[in-house]
Design a protein around this ligand. Structure first.
Ligand SMILES: [Zn+2]
Ligand SMILES: [Zn+2]
Length: 238
């Protein structure tokens, strides 16, 4: 049993590391094409971003690997694969519920880590990227990585989700995590500045967090930032 869990955890770590390398690599390449030389002077910083990210990938793989093992061997979790198990409207609702709950967890843990007592120990690594690049998406101290690594593995025990919808949640998480750090918008300005767009977090919103620190803590939505008065709007530099 222990060996099975270990193999599953290592396999998950490898998958997360590969996912990071491919996604960040792709968007770093896209950044170089769009704004040549933008991050040319940041070679040392990028090296650090990659090393912290690979360590974080190792940590992300542990809870994911334990849950994947339990799903296969013991029938754990509420993950299902038969679309007819729930009514058709449940798939989009579960997607939104996962994103909202992940966002909620992220907002409050992120905000807590900006408390001076926790900042140095847990979150300074992430903010050592000035400005962040596509490689900073998983650049976290191990203690911060752990807070991020347990959310989805916990949620799959509580809220039923189709395996494909879970894949979509992970895709959104990965793509937004990378694109929010690369210093330019993949979304049209018209959408970002629109009324509907102003509820979503994209690169210009998170960039401002990296410029000013004590604002814009959210992950996907600006709901908590707005409710709590921590939303300072978009960066003027993107
Ligand atoms: Zn960040
Ligand atoms: Zn922060």
């Amino acid at each position: 049993m222990f060996f099975g869990i270990l193999v599953s955890a290592l396999a998950m770590s490898a998958i997360v590391a590969l996912r990071y390398a491919l996604t960040s690599g792709f968007f770093a390449w896209a950044t170089e094409r769009k704004i040549p030389g933008r991050h040319a002077a940041l070679k040392n910083q990028i090296g650090r971003e990659i090393r912290w990210s690979l360590l974080a990938a190792l940590i992300y793989g542990v809870p994911a690997g334990i849950v994947a093992w339990g799903w296969e061997e013991r029938g754990w979790t509420q993950i299902y694969s038969d679309w007819s198990a729930y009514p058709f409207w449940y798939a989009p609702v579960s997607l939104l519920a996962y994103l909202f709950l992940h966002d909620t967890w992220f907002y409050w843990t992120h905000r807590a880590m900006h408390d001076p007592r926790l900042f140095k120990r847990m979150h300074a690594v992430h903010h050592a990227s000035r400005p962040p690049t596509a490689w900073a998406a998983m650049s976290f101290h191990p203690s911060e990585a752990l807070t991020g690594a347990i959310v989805i593995p916990l949620l799959v025990f509580i809220i039923p989700i189709h395996i494909a919808v879970l894949g979509l949640v992970l895709l959104v998480m990965t793509v937004m995590g990378v694109t929010n750090h690369m210093g330019w918008e993949i979304f049209p300005r018209r959408f970002v500045r629109s009324r509907m767009g102003s509820w979503f977090i994209t690169a210009s919103h998170h960039q401002r967090h990296h410029e000013q620190y004590l604002c814009n803590y959210g992950l996907y939505f600006r709901i908590w930032d707005r409710l709590c008065g921590t939303d300072k709007g978009l960066s003027g530099k993107i």
